[in-house]
Design a protein. Structure first.
Lengths: 111, 111
């Protein structure tokens, strides 16, 4: 099975076939991280209940938490007005960030 | 004046010199939109108190709200763990989306 053609038609992908995806904790509203999805990752995110991305560094599908245990259970998925960003509301298990921080923005305040 | 060299050194830009920026309503936590910043846009966002992006369609700096009146007053700015995403917490005046929706994700639920 692959991504619903109606959804696929709305996506605006970059030159690498990817769309940025923002992961947000569904109840607190915290922005946890930003990663990238291709069509297959979005399809899996929509159908498995597990947030799934495309790892640009490893060049492979990345089911968030498969290695770390820090799974993201999907609560909802939305496209933005022009189909070039995905917002995934999740229930994050443990830390979202590979540094161990709860979100990838915790240590990065610049202003 | 230009972007603080210490911040500039932490940024990971794409091939076009841009970094994705997520705008979030500071008090409700709503994710409003995603847009792109170059170094100058980030510098202006940090120093003017007005969220400023790089418009890829118009190929120019875009001080959010200059045309629409739907200004974003900057509350905080953070980089993520690897410097390739910016999170801007703002106080959004009016609608964030050019469609008139409060956020760019309001009409886009797909799952």
């Amino acid at each position: 099975m692959s991504l619903d053609p109606e959804i696929a038609a709305r996506l605006k992908r970059n030159a690498d076939g990817l769309v940025p995806a923002v992961a947000q904790q569904h109840d607190t509203g915290e922005v946890l991280m930003m990663a990238w999805m291709n069509d297959e990752a979005l399809h899996l995110t929509l159908t498995t209940g597990r947030a799934t991305y495309w790892s640009r560094s490893r060049d492979e599908l990345w089911v968030k938490g498969d290695t770390s245990g820090n799974v993201q259970h999907v609560k909802s998925v939305a496209l933005d007005c022009d189909g070039d960003t995905i917002l995934v509301k999740v229930d994050q298990v443990g830390a979202a960030c590979h540094t161990g921080d709860h979100t990838c923005f915790d240590a990065g305040l610049i202003g």
